[in-house]
Design a protein around this ligand. Structure first.
Ligand code: ADP
Ligand code: MG
Length: 605
């Protein structure tokens, strides 16, 4: 039989490599910006047309290349940055794999003009689909200018996969910002689609952050500076009051390279502790300077992940540095480097004797039935009563959060009979009354609890409520996130997310639980993903509970949402048929009461 194995031609091999390194215009932008930085440029221009689909042009005033080097640069594994395997452990440059130019030239039409500072003439080179079509001597300024035209022109599948111009432009701006933030000493200019012109003058990090994100940031930054034998940490965190509801400004740079690191993110978030408003994300621009021997950046084709040799110490140092920085700026009340707060319980719960959980299934309970159903309210009263059987009224509690059974029953019945008006306070609390008490319910927490129990029940009873979407959604993720989604898939399905692997890190979402608001489907799946990444340990231990928790957190109505009278009443009723209306799944207090006696106490004088 004849032999069948042959070596792939370079053009094909390069195209395959390009698939890994260059996923979209923004990846080409990143690689070429990094080359300019490695070349020692002090000024870099980036021009983009058609969101990079038709043109990406970068001009730098760096070292430039000789004619021979310019030609060599497009060969695969051609690099001036490392010479042998040992060098892999002392990398200080952005690039080192020698793949970017070869990959880009395999899938685009590239024009390069380059001249070294001490040479009279430069080189002009044209290359298309890995084939050099022209190489000439030319007159050009010192430095390098590179135009990448019609990216993916010969890979239609990739080209078709590109997103809308605005999405691709967003990716480009993200890459540009990351590179610009990491190198404030370099001047950057961005011309985007002939519409946006951004100029970032040379400066320090604070000035660069302000140039990128705007003047208000000047007020928001708290400096972080910590030098240890393992790592030097510098940069800024955002004051907690400026934390955002979405994952916004979160930047880690390791040896000036932007990386993503959920573990370190957890360290920073932990340092903020209860200073962070609920459901908001800490903001930071943190630079880690670390001996390249102690890290491996060669674990990801786009070099956005780093493996640290001593992850644990790094975590501890990061956490302590941020905590100290917040403390110095009088933001964190207590500095306590030793204490691990993960297992702390809220004050009210500390006094409780743990009770083995019992499962109470109410077979008549239908979470989707009409609210005005009186039978349901009766059931509600019954379970409301049961709730407190195991709870002792704690002594020395300033405001009463837990009640004795007879009292609670009364609360409910009184509200039942008279159905007092509810009103909303600050978009956050629902206030209502019965004969003897003022009742204040936290709207978001109460909804979280309601949904948590619903989701848990669905999982327990394997009832699969899913509402089909009119237009199925395609969700794309990174390879690592896709693995997580696949892990979570059976549970997502059981919770009512009709989601299916579509291949290539994409998923199709056909149905959602009825509790999920349309338009927020992806946000919710992302939130679960986020939660999973933050708390992998907890997730592994209590998989179901964690999914339900993440789901309910993400799907619950948020503070600020104005509720109608009917919605408030609805929330109130639903809450008090819950098995545990006192606390959220995270142990946070949901409602509080004030009796008329307590009130008259306050009016004694
Ligand atoms: P890497 O950056 O990993 O070395 P690239 O394919 O990105 O690989 O670049 C190959 C080589 O081309 C670089 O090592 C560098 O010597 C040279 N080079 C690329 N871009 C520039 C530039 N803008 N200025 C000077 N030299 C460059
Ligand atoms: Mg490079």
């Amino acid at each position: 039989m004849s032999d069948i194995i042959q070596l792939l031609p370079d053009s094909v091999a390069n195209q395959i490599a390009a698939g890994e390194v260059i996923q979209r215009p923004a990846s080409a932008v990143k690689e070429i910006l990094e080359n300019a930085i490695d070349a020692g440029a002090s000024k870099i221009y980036l021009g983009i047309k058609d969101s990079g689909k038709s043109l990406i042009k970068i001009i730098d005033n760096g070292s430039g290349m000789s004619g021979t080097d310019a030609r060599m640069a497009f060969e695969r594994h051609a690099t001036s940055k490392i010479k042998n395997a040992d060098d892999l452990f002392s990398i200080r440059t952005m690039g080192f794999r020698g793949e970017a130019l070869a990959s880009i030239a395999a899938i685009a039409q590239v024009e390069l003009k380059t001249k070294k500072h001490d040479e009279e003439t430069g080189t002009s080179l044209e290359i298309e689909g890995s084939v050099v079509t022209s190489q000439e001597i030319c007159q050009c300024p010192a430095g390098t200018s590179i135009s990448i035209k019609n990216l993916f022109y010969n890979v239609p599948a990739r080209r078709n996969f590109l997103k809308s111009n605005s999405v691709e432009a967003r990716h480009i701006i993200d890459e540009f910002d990351r590179v610009a933030l990491a190198h404030p000493q370099i001047e950057f200019i961005l011309d985007l689609n002939n519409a946006e012109h951004i100029q970032l003058p040379q400066g320090n990090l604070r000035q660069r952050i302000i140039a990128v994100f705007g003047n208000p940031y000047n007020e928001k930054l708290v400096p972080v500076e910590e030098n240890t034998s393992l790592v030097n940490i510098s940069g800024f965190v955002l004051k907690p009051e400026f934390a955002r509801k979405t994952r916004g400004e979160q930047f880690f740079f390791v040896n000036k390279r932007f990386i993503k690191d959920p573990y370190l993110n957890h360290a920073v978030t932990g340092a903020f502790d209860e200073l962070l408003p609920r459901d908001s994300y800490a903001g930071y621009f943190l630079f880690l300077d670390i001996d390249p021997k102690l890290i491996d950046i060669n674990i990801h084709p786009t070099k956005t992940e780093v493996k640290f040799e001593d992850e644990k110490s790094l975590y501890a140092i990061m956490r302590a540095s941020v905590k100290r920085a917040l403390g110095q700026y009088n933001i964190a009340p207590i500095l306590d480097f030793e204490r691990e707060k993960t297992f702390d319980l809220p004050y009210a719960k500390m006094k409780e004797v743990p009770v083995a959980p019992t499962v109470q299934v109410n077979h008549h309970f239908n979470p989707f039935s009409e609210r005005q159903n009186t039978e349901k309210k009766m059931t509600g009263a019954a379970s409301w009563q049961k709730l407190y059987e195991n709870l002792e009224k704690p002594v020395d509690q300033p405001s009463r959060v837990l009640f004795q059974q007879s009292e609670t029953q009364e609360i409910f019945e009184n509200v039942e009979r008279e159905s007092h008006a509810c009103f909303q306070l600050q978009g956050k609390y629902i206030v209502t009354q019965n004969k003897n008490e003022l009742i204040i319910i936290d709207q978001q927490r109460s909804h979280e609890r309601i949904l948590f129990e619903k989701f848990e029940k669905q999982l327990r009873e394997k009832k699969n409520f899913s509402q089909q979407l009119l237009f199925p959604l395609t969700l794309s993720y990174t390879a690592t996130d896709a693995i997580v989604i696949n892990d979570l898939m059976p549970l997502l399905n059981e919770c009512g997310f009709d989601v299916e692997d579509f291949g290539g890190n994409s998923f199709v979402l056909r149905g959602i639980p009825p509790e999920v608001e349309s338009g927020s489907e992806k946000k919710i799946i992302d939130a679960i993903l986020e939660e999973y990444k933050m708390n992998q340990q907890a997730f592994r231990l209590q998989f179901r509970e964690s999914v339900c928790k993440a789901l309910s957190k993400a799907a619950a109505i948020k503070y600020g949402r104005i509720l109608s009278e009917e919605e408030m009443q609805h929330l109130f009723d639903e809450l008090f048929v819950c098995e545990q209306p006192n606390y959220t799944a995270d142990g946070k207090i949901i409602f509080t009461l004030m009796s008329t006696d307590e009130m008259s106490d306050r009016f004694k004088k």
